[in-house]
Design a protein. Structure first.
Length: 227
C-alpha cells in the first residue's frame, strides 16, 4: 500500500491525469461546434473529452464518443500512437521501481545482514568482513554456488566483490538477481609480478592509458552492465 501513496506513484498519476485532461480539452475545442457528443458547455464538454482520451489511451474503445471533424480525428490518430508508447513507458517505469524496492526491501545497509540469510565465498575478504562484524553467514566454495542458492530462495543476500557479482549476475542470473547499490569496504585490485619484473613499467603505462575515459567506461558497461 505504501507504493500507491509514494511520491513517485502520485506524481505519475498526477502527470497522467493532466495529460489526459489536456488532450481532452484539445479534442473538445475542435468538436464542440459540430459534434453533439462533446457539448459546448465547458464542464460537460471537457469532461467528455477527458472520458474519450482515457478510453482511447487504455484501448477500451467503447465507441460512445468519437471525433468527427478532420482536426479532431487527426488528434485522435496521434493520441492512439502516443498512448501505446506512453502506457509501455509508464508500465516499465513503475514495474522497475517496485521491483527494485522489493529486491532492496530486506537489505538496505550492512546492519540488515544480521537479520537475513546471508551467504559468501570461503576464504574471501567478504567472509572476513562478516566475521569482524559478527554477522552469521553460510559459506560456499565458489560464487556460482552462492548465487545459485540465492536465486533458489535459500538465501536473502550474497556478499562478495562487487565487480565479480555484477559480471556473474549479468551473464548467469540477469533474470532473477540484482546487485544492490551498497558498498561496505572499498578495495583495490592488483597484478602480482616478480621482483624487478621488466613488465612492471609497461603494465603501469597501459593501466594509466586505458584505465579511464570513455573507452574504459564502455568496457565496464560491456562486461558488468549499467549500474
Amino acid at each position: 500500500m505504501r507504493g500507491f501513496v509514494s511520491p513517485r506513484f502520485l506524481a505519475t498519476v498526477g502527470g497522467l491525469l493532466a495529460l489526459l485532461a489536456f488532450v481532452g480539452l484539445i479534442v473538445w475545442l475542435f468538436e464542440r461546434r459540430r459534434n453533439a457528443q462533446f457539448p459546448s458547455d465547458p464542464v460537460h464538454g471537457i469532461g467528455a473529452g477527458l472520458w474519450w482520451s482515457s478510453v482511447t489511451m487504455t484501448t477500451v474503445g467503447y465507441g460512445d464518443k468519437a471525433p468527427q471533424t478532420f482536426a479532431g480525428r487527426l488528434v485522435g490518430l496521434v493520441w492512439m500512437f502516443v498512448s501505446i508508447i506512453l502506457i509501455s513507458t509508464i508500465t516499465a517505469s513503475l514495474t522497475t521501481a517496485y521491483t527494485l524496492d522489493a529486491l532492496s526491501g530486506s537489505v538496505r545497509s550492512e546492519s540488515d545482514l544480521a537479520r537475513v540469510r546471508t551467504g559468501t565465498v570461503s576464504d574471501s575478504t567478504s567472509q572476513r568482513r562478516l566475521q569482524r562484524k559478527g554477522i552469521a553467514y553460510r559459506e560456499f566454495d565458489d560464487l556460482h554456488h552462492a548465487l545459485t542458492a540465492l536465486a533458489a530462495g535459500e538465501l536473502d543476500a550474497v556478499v562478495y566483490d562487487r565487480p565479480l557479482l555484477r559480471y556473474r549476475v549479468r551473464n548467469e542470473f540477469s533474470d532473477s538477481l540484482h546487485v544492490l547499490p551498497i558498498e561496505f569496504e572499498p578495495q583495490d585490485y592488483a597484478i602480482g609480478l616478480p621482483q624487478a619484473s621488466a613488465r612492471r613499467e609497461d603494465i603501469n603505462r597501459q593501466l594509466l592509458i586505458h584505465g579511464r575515459g570513455d573507452a574504459w567506461e564502455a568496457l565496464l558497461r560491456r562486461y558488468f552492465g549499467e549500474e
